[in-house]
Design a protein around this ligand. Sequence first.
Ligand SMILES: [Zn+2]
Length: 388
Amino acid sequence: MLTPLGLSPSFGFGDRLGLATPGHIAAVRGTKFAPVFAQQSVRENARTGRSPQQVIDDAKRAVEMAKWEAPWGADADHLKTIEDITAFVEAGYTFYTVDPGEYVDNAADSDPINVLNQKVAGFNLDEFSALYLNKDGDQKWGRFEADSLMRATVKYGRAIQHAVMMFNRLSQMKDSFDFEVSVDETDSPTTPLEHFFIANELNRLGVHFTSLAPRFIGHFEKGVDYIGDLNALDVELAKHAAVTSHFGSYKLSLHSGSDKFSVYPLLAKHWGDRIHVKTAGTSYLEALRVLAQYEPDLFLKIYNLGRECYESDRRTYHVSAKLEMLPKEDNLPSLLNNFHAREVLHVTFGSALAQFGAEIKSSLINHTDAYHSDLERHFRKHLSLLNK
Ligand SMILES: [Zn+2]
């Protein structure tokens, strides 16, 4: 049943090719996670040439074939403008992720006071001061001083207004839906205190949100494990979790969740069931693993194209792979375990699909069983680590 998932623990399986859902179903069956089988951002749709309707139809077909009867969701991911919403509403999406990242002022962390004073002029700082300053007791996530409140207001104030506007518009179009606010793709991390500010403002302004995706410290790059100090992240996550449980009304959402194996036990420790995790690129990389094994010539064409397109395709992603570090092509399937190869192949998927899309799909259809069992194995690993 395609439906909002509310506060159930949930997992997003983005599928850029429209062929992965049977493997996702096999992996999630019998676990506690409510699956999101259709999940695509506006950016991904632009690169894959698929429409919101096609994405949801591909998932629906697989759900019916596999006789999946339990609830599942469809996530309209990284919506940035009002115009982005309509096609997803018409196609029946149940989960709406609004990304007001363009309105986040990353410079607010370090702006000198005179610049900050100018920027804050559009906000009612007196109201914010009454709400947030001189509060009793020290909370785990810290407390606002005049300076930090001004910075938080400048950094996230307009983004919050944009999220409120998107929520109000959606509420006019739909009765019930999951609503997520994500600021995960901004340059500067969200502190626990800023997380509190965002959640409190959204609540105060009447936004019913089911999940929130802060930008955490360290690097969550695409298709590879966490880059950063895990102990520092653990300490930081404990403070974020204190904010989430203070409100008790929404889940913590982790974007770029593909292959973050070292972080999953921390999410489970701090949030238990109150989590949503999004993956997308890793299903595409598993498809390439199958091609590397069974269709090496096609795989090498994709790999060489990736090399050519990486520098331009990487611009809208957070990745650090270096072309000069790419491994030789002598041991093909295991090349898919290499950090640099994974990132290069991941961010060049749009170019690969534009040039070899039909070949890639027909090859995967020829090796359906291998693809699906590969996905099952790969996502069982994800889900079991989240279940610790
Ligand atoms: Zn994201």
